[in-house]
Ligand binder design. Structure first.
Ligand code: PRP
Ligand code: URA
Length: 208
């Protein structure tokens, strides 16, 4: 599917396997989410624009590059929060705008409870962060919000996706690239990714 990128990086595969393991505790889980976020940030930012920049080294002039696009990180609460530090390690200048959504247990539709977007977009690239892309409802609702608000270039970055969620997000917003660590088998009848990792928010925050 065009615009869908599934990581092939050995470190991503290794760390995702540890993350899925039900014996991984919350402390280790948070650390792995953080590390995976940095690795996926590297992959999702490969097409950022750069501009020439010259600096003085102790030995003379070096013709180098500087990022020419400003970046906004949009973590979907709660679980997306755990990905922010991993992205900040790579892109320390990024702004962070929080969106709060939870899935209604019965309808599986996203319910918005928080929106910290500034009045107008002031960055060129928005990276939506959420470990799980299940039905795709939360990601689609967030892209809808960002679009209404005026964001032009949007990418979704997640750790594990269901094929149903990838298709739904791609069908709703074909111009939003999707970067994930893995695409799993299917969704079960209560909207959980199989084999997935369980509830990403609960496992991070110890609230299972
Ligand atoms: C999880 C996850 C996504 C959403 C994915 O959040 O972090 O935001 O479900 O499901 P979807 O693709 O079907 O919308 P959840 O609603 O459990 O909230 P939480 O992060 O606060 O636990
Ligand atoms: N949200 C999660 O945290 N896990 C899933 O498998 C699906 C949605």
């Amino acid at each position: 599917m065009e615009g869908v990128y599934i990581s092939e990086h050995p470190l991503v595969k290794h760390k995702l396997t540890l993350l899925r393991d039900k014996s991984t505790d919350s402390t280790q889980f948070r650390q792995l989410v953080n590390e995976l976020a940095s690795l996926l940030c590297y992959e999702a930012t490969q097409d950022l624009a750069i501009a020439p920049r010259t600096v003085e080294t102790p030995m003379g002039k070096a013709q180098g590059s500087t990022l020419a696009e400003s970046i906004g990180l949009v973590p979907i609460l709660r679980a997306g929060l755990g990905m922010v530090d991993g992205f900040w390690t790579m892109v320390p200048g990024a702004e962070v705008w929080h969106i709060g959504l939870y899935r209604d247990e019965n309808t599986l539709r996203p319910v918005q409870y928080y929106n910290k977007l500034p009045v107008e977009p002031r960055v060129q690239v928005c990276l939506i962060l959420d470990p799980m892309l299940a039905t795709g409802g939360s990601a689609i609702a967030t892209v809808d919000l960002l679009r209404e608000w005026g964001a032009k270039r949007i990418k979704f970055v997640g750790l594990i996706a269901a094929p149903e969620g990838v298709k739904a997000l791609h069908d709703a917003h074909p111009d939003v690239s999707i970067h994930v660590g893995a695409v799993d088998e299917h969704l079960n009848d209560i909207g959980y990714i199989v084999p997935g990792l369980g509830d990403a928010g609960d496992r991070q925050f110890g609230t299972a």
